[in-house]
Ligand binder design. Structure first.
Ligand SMILES: [Mn+2]
Length: 321
């Protein structure tokens, strides 16, 4: 952390970026750090590749987020957030970063870290936004209400609103600091968790289609491309549906399959903790974490559904044995 602070404090112009197709933590961390550095009088260039989901459109400073990189000579330092491989920020940003000298990395994901001059990766932290709040306190940087709001969103979304096992005492301590600094949990939650009607209709379809198997321990549903299109939805509208299935009492593993536009099927898996769904995903060419994983299957939806149901039943049997 000290190396990251030193590098950032030494640079008058800082490029801040996170992984492409940003989630709440990637956006909260990017914008939050942008506010922190700007409050110290530093110039920042905030970059993000991929669309900003509408629920994050309210984030203060959102309009400063660019989808273009700065001129080659502009940054004196860059900081890569919520991932630690340069190509995760997008192909163009990856090439840009690879040619910079002063690159810092702040991330809470596991994995090999061989990129960056100042690297702070701590998988015990719930969110990159949490790490940045801790960094700001350690460095003595002023924490503005705008920065606190952005960082709170990152911490809130990465902990599933403080429900997941990563909602540690430290995560709550940092959340308390952010609220003290001006983050408003109710106002933020109304934006982030606004129920959009088309998303609700889609969830209705998913729930109608849900099959409970393996004595109620497996919940599985599938959505065809035609169903998605008929409701005017895209894949982002399905983000929380698999979590809803996992929330059914008695369900250990939830799976949601979605037909892809170019053919094939994308499957998202969630486990309540006993079954390692990453192992199932890995065996089918995908990946992820023990309790959240996914993969692509080159099959039609019906075949993929049958195939995955069988694999997950086996994993559940193994766990019960
Ligand atoms: Mn994160």
């Amino acid at each position: 952390m000290k190396d990251v602070i030193a590098m950032l404090e030494d640079a008058a112009r800082v490029l801040v970026l996170a992984h492409r197709d940003p989630d709440g933590d990637a956006l909260g961390a990017t914008l939050g750090l942008g506010h922190l550095l700007a409050a110290r009088g530093q110039e920042v260039w905030l970059y993000s590749a991929g669309p900003v989901p509408p629920e994050y459109g309210f984030l203060p400073g959102r309009e400063r987020l660019r989808d273009q990189l700065p001129p080659r000579q502009w940054p004196q330092a860059a900081v890569l957030l919520d991932c630690h491989q340069p190509e995760r920020a997008g192909a163009e940003a990856g090439r840009f970063l690879a040619r910079l000298e002063q690159v810092a990395v702040v991330d809470h994901h596991q994995g090999q870290t061989d990129f960056g001059r100042a690297v702070w990766v701590d998988p015990s932290c719930a969110a990159t936004s949490q790490m940045l709040a801790e960094l700001a306190r350690a460095a003595g940087w002023p924490l503005t209400a705008e920065a606190a709001t952005c960082l709170f969103v990152g911490l809130q979304t990465d902990t599933g609103s403080f429900r997941y096992s990563n909602a540690t005492p430290q995560a709550f301590r940092v959340a308390a600091e952010l609220v003290e600094a001006g983050a408003d949990p109710w106002a933020i939650s109304q934006e982030v968790y606004a129920t959009r009607p088309r998303r609700l209709r889609l969830l209705g379809r998913v729930l109608e289609d849900t099959e409970l198997m393996a004595g109620g321990r497996l919940a599985l549903a599938a959505v065809s491309l035609a169903q998605l299109q008929a409701l005017g939805c895209d894949s982002r509208d399905l983000e929380d549906a698999v979590e809803t299935l996992r929330g059914i009492p008695g369900v250990e593993v939830a799976a949601l399959l979605r037909e892809l536009p170019g053919g094939g099927v994308k499957a998202s898996l969630r486990s309540r903790g006993r079954v390692d769904v990453a192992a199932v995903a890995l065996a089918l060419g995908g990946g992820g974490h023990k309790s959240a994983a996914g993969m692509r299957l080159d099959m039609d939806l019906t075949t993929a559904r049958r195939h995955l149901a069988e694999r997950l039943r086996q994993a559940l049997d193994k766990e019960a044995a």
